[in-house]
Design a protein around this ligand. Structure first.
Ligand code: FE
Length: 132
């Protein structure tokens, strides 16, 4: 079978790398409880990497407080994420995943702040923060 992503891991490898909560979110399309992740309150300069493959996904400059309980960004690092439209809601709810390892990250909604108007609503457990 042709590998689907630049970084492919077996489920056993994923379970070794990820915590059970990360696995449920990133490999099974789960959602962490709102307000549960400490990264909600992260305000230092730096970069948020994929917890599944270490690819840079978001910079701290694109982070903002959406008051949803999930880390929110107005844009990803160029080319780092893939988008999949919701089968019913279309552009109103788009699934977001890491383009390098395919892991589920969260969703993007068209109600974000300038300059993009996008709200990337991301599960904090899918991210590793590296301070600048
Ligand atoms: Fe990844």
């Amino acid at each position: 079978m042709k590998p689907q992503w630049p970084v492919n891991r077996t489920d056993a490898e994923w379970r070794k790398r990820l915590t059970p909560q990360q696995h449920a979110v990133m490999r099974r399309f789960g959602t962490e409880p709102a307000g549960s992740c400490a990264l909600n309150h992260e305000t230092r300069p730096g970069t948020f990497l994929c917890a599944g493959c270490d690819q840079p996904l978001f910079t701290a400059t694109a982070k903002y407080e959406s008051h949803t309980g999930w880390p929110s960004f107005y844009q990803p690092v160029a080319g780092s994420v893939g988008h999949k439209k919701h089968p019913v809601y279309g552009d109103l709810e788009v699934e977001v995943h890491c383009r390098q390892c395919g892991s589920h990250l969260g969703h993007v909604f068209p109600d974000g702040p300038p300059p993009t108007g996008q709200r990337y609503c991301i599960n904090g457990v899918a991210l590793h923060f590296v301070p600048a």
